[in-house]
Design a protein around this ligand. Structure first.
Ligand code: KG4
Ligand code: ZN
Length: 340
């Protein structure tokens, strides 16, 4: 069975063709990073306009690379939430139109579930129960999965998402956009213990996350030390490396703390990690190490499947279709769709 997946929930226009939910025949991602860079973050109106321009060529390229023509597609899968409403509408409407014109079923995909599912594309032997952490530019959520495709929400961010914190810290230090990969690269040059930053404590003991205090602490440190006004020098550069290394270390510490607590409350065999921040080298290393101590096996997708892509959407679409979960064509996009 050939599935065409479409993903446009944020700022990547993506299309992929998969055979039987597992074999990636093509996966095309058109990034809008260049457009949003000058604003240091995604501008929703620009994102949806760009999706409209990109969607046809991206789908055409995905079909061509997979060496298939549209009539051979057996089903469509598209993200319908959560995300930016204008962006979601472009991909979902396009997929609906194709499904209608071709007379093929449409499967509507939850973006968070797709990020979790991306782990299964490369690993067939994941044991349950599992914990799943989605860490991206728009989301930081932790789930308990008693079995595959079954989700209980344990916690989510009360303010900024982890990736958003990376992007905002990089913006305030004029390091560029998106901030995650840049800070990932620069951090090894700094001392992660150089700047003491707070790990948010949530007093009700919940498994929720909070990163806005950490971002503000970075801002205060920059202001107190007049970091941005200082003349360019090796010392200033080193301060920046130390600061981003300390920021990253603190953010990872906060994630490790919640995973540890969740694993004690909800014993599991695996930890699945998805979303753009799951590309982070230090996070991958430290989570793997912590999970070993907790008796969990940590699973990360390869980097191109961590960030937004349509292969995860098409793959999940295949399994949903097998479970009889095709969507009606009247289905609307839902910007604040929940997974559990
Ligand atoms: O999953 P994604 O592509 O889009 C959303 O669903 O939000 O995630 C994008 C986010 C951005 O905030 C970006 O800075 C972050 O993932 N990111 C990283 C890394 N690569 C991307 N954060 C930390 N380290 C990285 N290597
Ligand atoms: Zn995402």
């Amino acid at each position: 069975m050939l599935i065409l997946g479409i993903e446009t929930s944020c700022d990547e226009t993506a299309a992929a063709v998969l055979r039987d939910g597992e074999e990636i025949l093509s996966s095309i991602v058109s990034s809008q990073v260049e457009i949003h860079r000058e604003y240091g973050g995604v501008v929703p109106e620009l994102a949806s306009r760009q999706h409209i321009q990109n969607i046809c060529p991206v789908v055409d390229t995905a079909l061509r690379r997979a060496r298939v023509t549209l009539p051979r597609i057996d089903a469509l899968a598209a993200t319908y939430g959560p995300g930016l409403i204008g962006s979601l509408l472009v991909g979902l409407s396009y997929a609906k139109a194709l499904a209608y014109a071709l007379g093929r079923p449409l499967v509507a995909i939850n973006h968070l579930e797709a990020h979790i599912h991306s782990v299964f594309l490369e690993n067939k032997s994941i044991e349950f129960p599992a914990l799943a952490l989605v860490v991206s530019g728009g989301h930081t959520s932790l789930f308990y999965l008693p079995a595959q495709f079954s989700y209980q929400l344990l916690g989510s961010t009360r303010d900024d998402a982890a990736g958003e914190a990376y992007d905002k810290v990089a913006k305030l230090l004029n390091l560029g956009y998106p901030g995650g990969p840049i800070i990932d690269q620069l951090s090894p040059r700094g001392n992660p213990k150089a700047v003491a930053l707070p790990v948010a404590k949530i007093s009700d003991g919940s498994l929720d996350f909070s990163f806005s205090g950490l971002k503000t602490a970075v801002l205060r440190w920059v202001e107190r030390n007049n970091l941005l006004e200082a003349k360019d020098s090796e010392a200033k550069q080193q301060h920046i490396y130390d600061l981003v290394a300390s920021f990253q270390q603190t953010l990872i510490k906060s994630l490790l703390g919640k995973i540890t607590k969740a694993a004690r409350l909800h014993p599991a065999k695996s930890l699945l990690v998805g979303g753009g921040v799951a590309c982070n080298q230090a996070l991958r290393m430290e989570l793997t190490r912590r999970c070993q101590r907790l008796g969990l096996k940590a699973h990360f997708p390869s980097p191109e499947l961590c960030t937004d892509n349509a292969a995860m959407v098409a793959s999940l679409g295949y399994f949903k279709l097998k479970m009889g979960q095709a969507a009606p064509l009247e289905l609307d996009a839902d910007a604040s769709l929940k997974l559990a």
